[in-house]
Ligand binder design. Structure first.
Ligand SMILES: NC(=O)c1ccc[n+]([C@@H]2O[C@H](COP(=O)([O-])OP(=O)(O)OC[C@H]3O[C@@H](n4cnc5c(N)ncnc54)[C@H](O)[C@@H]3O)[C@@H](O)[C@H]2O)c1
Length: 309
């Protein structure tokens, strides 16, 4: 049986680290693609030369040519620009929409049965671009954000309570970033809701730190943004898909009436397996949660409305 194949587009920080995680886990062969000549080839070769030491035998190559990506089972899209000084959010939206459109069109043509995992920001809007550019059904277009937001929330819960992150779980809904909707009543330590373990003001502080998790890292790094936790999160989704694990993970998916939202990518818990999104898990929200979720969806809609048509 041939080993699975994953294409990672964008050989920058998130893309190269995702490729490394996939190969080192022996999960799949990896084709790393970038628009910059030499960059994916160099990183691909460097990663391949680590294999004898690390002890995996996945094949890793870098290329600027989409022909090499043909027949991929999963395509991870991390290509894009970071916001530069003087660039407005709308400029960035238009630039990254152009990039995601081009790379998804090129890669989907080579791998018409692949599952797309979108990472490029602004995440939820880029998922729309990817679905349109690929023509794939919604089951095979997934956005990575909720896994990362949950990981950050779990890290802060564990730190606050002095417990292992292994015993924490977090439940996060909504768009990526400021308007995400963490659900403390479903966020637990060994099954105990954190609402039973922490006072309201502490939970609010952890929630706020989670919502600003990306900005906190950017402020510390000064240039560049987070990539260790983002690549770990993208890896977790790829692993759930390729190993058909039926993991329940928060992902951005195209809602068709679920959670009262129609025709928009928003983060919700889904079951992930070989075919991509197997189903959406819908829970009843409280009035406050419903309001926060609607505000989050409205923020995504605002970005989608600004996408170039
Ligand atoms: N969804 C999330 O939770 C999350 C988390 C972290 C980062 N991100 C996003 O992921 C993206 C990548 O972040 P990064 O830190 O790796 O950035 P980076 O600048 O290190 O890498 C981006 C890479 O994309 C490449 N690229 C640009 N245009 C391309 C094209 N047309 N075709 C192929 N490659 C192209 C660039 O050459 C570069 O190597 C950003 O948009 C970032 O905001 C999202």
């Amino acid at each position: 049986m041939a080993r699975d194949k994953v294409t990672v587009i964008g050989a920058g920080n998130v893309g190269a680290t995702t490729a490394q995680r996939i190969a080192e886990a022996g999960l799949a062969d990896v084709v790393l693609v970038d628009i910059v000549e030499g960059l994916p080839q160099g990183k691909g070769l460097d990663l391949a030369e680590a294999a004898p030491v690390v002890g995996h035998d996945a094949r890793l190559i870098g290329t600027n040519d989409y022909a090499a990506t043909a027949g991929s089972d999963v395509i991870v899209v991390t290509s894009g620009l970071a916001r530069q000084p003087g660039m407005s959010r709308d400029d960035l939206l238009a630039k990254n929409a152009g990039i995601v459109n081009a790379v998804v069109e090129a890669s989907a043509a080579q791998s018409p049965n692949a599952v797309l995992v979108i990472v490029t920001n602004p995440l939820d809007a880029m998922c729309h671009v990817a679905m349109q550019a690929s023509g794939f059904p919604r089951e095979r277009v997934l956005g990575m954000a909720g896994v990362l937001d949950s990981a950050r929330f779990r890290t802060f819960i564990a730190e606050e309570l002095g417990v292992s992150v292994a015993d924490t779980s977090a439940f996060v809904l909504g768009g990526h970033g400021d308007t995400m909707v963490p659900l403390p009543r479903y966020s637990t330590v060994a099954g105990i809701p954190i609402t039973d373990l922490l006072p309201e003001d502490r939970i609010a502080a952890l929630v706020e730190r989670t919502a600003n998790g990306g900005a906190e890292i950017v402020a510390l790094l000064k240039s560049g943004s987070a990539y260790y936790a983002p690549s770990a999160s993208a890896f977790e989704m790829v692993d759930a898909i390729l190993r058909d694990r039926h993991r329940v993970l928060p992902c951005a998916v195209f809602l068709k009436g679920e959670y009262g939202v129609d025709g928009l990518f928003v983060g919700v818990p889904v079951v992930l397996g070989r075919a991509g999104m197997e189903r959406i898990i819908e829970i009843t929200l409280t009035d406050d949660e419903r309001r926060a979720f609607a505000a989050s969806a409205a923020a995504v809609q605002e970005l989608v409305d600004k996408l170039p048509h």
